[in-house]
Design a protein around this ligand. Sequence first.
Ligand code: FMN
Length: 353
Amino acid sequence: MPGGGHGGPRAGVLRLRTILCDMLGVRYPIIQDGMGPFSTAALAAAVSDAGGLGTVSIPGMLLGPAEAGRRMRAEIDRTASGTDRGFAVNVPVGFGPDGEPLPPTAAYLRAVLDARRDPAIGARLVACITSAGLPPPQLVSSMHDAGLLHLHKVGAVRHARRAVEAGVDVVIASGFEMGGHTHARPVHTMVLAPQVIDDVEVPVVVSGGIHDGRGLAAALAMGAAGVGMGTRFIATLENDWHPAYKKAIVDAAEWGDVVFPGFFGPLRGLRNAGSVRLAELMAAGELDEEGLTAWKEDRVMAAQHDGDVDGGLVLAGQCAAAIHDIVAVPDLVAGMVRQATELLAAAGALAAR
Ligand SMILES: Cc1cc2nc3c(=O)[nH]c(=O)nc-3n(C[C@H](O)[C@H](O)[C@H](O)COP(=O)(O)O)c2cc1C
């Protein structure tokens, strides 16, 4: 079958165990990366249930602190009510165009720590995944003091090194082909990941362009502890997003993506009327930085929630072109594990000849 090779589920039959599985308490070394602003609570619960690690995403970058904290907590609670297994939460800690952290960041981090202290759900919130800016050592310590693992996403070796110096437990090396916020300097996954693996002592998760068992096998073969995926998980039955968004991923063609200015840095999405309109708005200079940010967040929600995949901004990675079906999460996860296991065994036999 095209690309994924994810036929019938055989969860429980195969085991692909790495140090990441032991650290996170998951069966398979597969992480669903954070994808805001519309909810990933149902998706996160499904991924954790299927043996991977689901991630709660931020509900927006423009909310006031009280609303931001309340909505993040609601997303965490919804995920916890959907699975008995462990899950993570993602908080971008980057700076806006004025050099200040975006307003809801502190509220999101407080909501994470509050949820972790809740005896009803706290034990299942196992990790915080930061992104978009270097987490200061005090932030990493506060996660560790709360008993959370701290994973951090980077797009450069130097950023991986600094994150490890700040104390993070796991680095996610994500290449420029990734969907959503990508990096200012375009280093692609195949170039970035081996360098980060060589450079840091902590386990490394490879992300950006991974969409099937071949990507999982390649990552593990190069010494990674696991993989992270965003775009592939959008096109799943359990994901709450509008069906038109999932169809836009399935329909995406090679060269159908474009990079435009985002909230912290460049954003990758599909080229459509919305991305063209953004370029026009920027060229006309009609909106100030705040107005543009509000327009972009509105257009991302219009696509994710309302299904406006023409006038909205459809964030997606380059691997959208390689995704041809909308699948159930357990089938996707089990199929990837099966394919990777077979490929790694075949590679072993090749090396033995
Ligand atoms: C629709 C969408 C929204 C995203 N939102 C976030 C986010 O809120 N925080 C974050 O750290 N990364 C975000 N990302 C990036 C993903 O977490 C992940 O790094 C990326 O999707 C991996 O590359 P892939 O899409 O090729 O799998 C987003 C990606 C997509 C596609």
